[in-house]
Write a protein that binds this ligand. Structure first.
Ligand SMILES: NC(=O)c1ccc[n+]([C@@H]2O[C@H](COP(=O)([O-])OP(=O)(O)OC[C@H]3O[C@@H](n4cnc5c(N)ncnc54)[C@H](OP(=O)(O)O)[C@@H]3O)[C@@H](O)[C@H]2O)c1
Length: 256
């Protein structure tokens, strides 16, 4: 199985399942008959979400504790997810923090935390998940949440953006490495989405801010089609194409 065509019965582990985007995605996957396992650091929240998803999808939903910064626990978490699911077809990595760029500029220990949460920790879980799918020998899929912020460094969020850029490159390499084993890798690059991450930042409700449900719909479609890179909503592909084409000498003077 190289894509997840027909999500019914597919065993999917959502890592960072309490994120706004992951919650919307889980609801859509459950209603399509996927079998879910939720990984979150807050087990009570994960348990509540699991019960809600069971009602929606009519299938049992498992959950277990996932702490992003405890890298040594990642393989143990995945083993538990696989055990509860009875095998694994797909891992979706959705945790992350936006962080505060002003603080990151002044305090590199904090900048390092933002980088660890958005690059090191996702790369770790993806590396273990890729190896697990490879060992299983049944193909499958990895999905990870990057960001349009990783496409070009900007003064307002380059700590977060650089970590996402690293993650995009990591996913590109992983995609090539895992392709011979029939394992797809989907990089999701959302623009601003109305979730707790952007709460109070001014853009929710703005014309360029997407609803998590719309982003989740795009992700499900891309998973179904076996796409490799998804800009969501799709106009971000055009916007980033234009932004990336601006020469550095001009870009550095732009207040964006
Ligand atoms: N929202 C946007 O505008 C936007 C745009 C582009 C890309 N993205 C990316 O999309 C993904 C999801 O974003 P979102 O807006 O849905 O996020 P969100 O609602 O802010 O949720 C963030 C998630 O990360 C989890 N998390 C934070 N620290 C953790 C840790 N140490 N260990 C385990 N989990 C931890 C949170 O768990 P708790 O619930 O326990 O706090 C929560 O589940 C992220 O990778 C984000 O960078 C978001």
């Amino acid at each position: 199985m190289s894509t997840l065509q027909g999500l019914r019965g597919r065993r999917i582990c959502l890592v960072g399942s309490t994120s706004g985007i992951a919650r919307a995605l889980a609801r859509q996957l459950a209603s399509r008959g996927a079998i879910l396992h939720l990984g979150a650091r807050d087990l009570e929240e994960a348990g509540r979400d699991a019960r809600d998803l069971e009602l929606r999808g009519g299938l049992p939903v498992g959950f277990s504790r996932f702490e992003a910064l405890d890298l040594a626990s990642h393989p143990v978490f995945l083993e538990e997810a696989r055990r509860q699911l009875g095998g694994l077809d797909c891992v979706v990595v959705a945790f992350g923090i936006l962080g505060d760029q002003e603080r990151a500029r002044r305090d590199f220990a904090y900048a390092r935390h933002v980088m660890e949460m958005n690059y090191l920790a996702p790369a770790s879980i993806l590396s273990h998940a890729g190896a697990m799918l490879e060992d299983q020998g049944t193909g499958g899929m990895l999905v990870a949440l990057g960001s349009v912020a990783g496409d070009r460094g900007r003064p307002s969020n380059y700590t977060y953006g650089s970590a996402k850029a690293g993650l995009h490159a990591y996913l590109q390499g992983l995609r090539g490495r895992l392709a011979p084993a029939g394992i797809r890798v989907l990089t999701v690059k959302p623009g601003p989405v109305d979730t707790p991450m952007t709460f109070g930042m001014g853009f929710p409700g703005g014309r360029l801010t997407a609803r998590p449900e719309a982003v989740a719909r795009d992700i499900v479609r891309a998973m179904d089609r076996g796409n490799e890179v998804l800009y969501t909503p799709c106009h971000w592909s055009l916007i980033m194409g234009v932004l990336k084409a601006i020469p550095e000498s001009i870009f550095k003077r732009m207040k964006i």
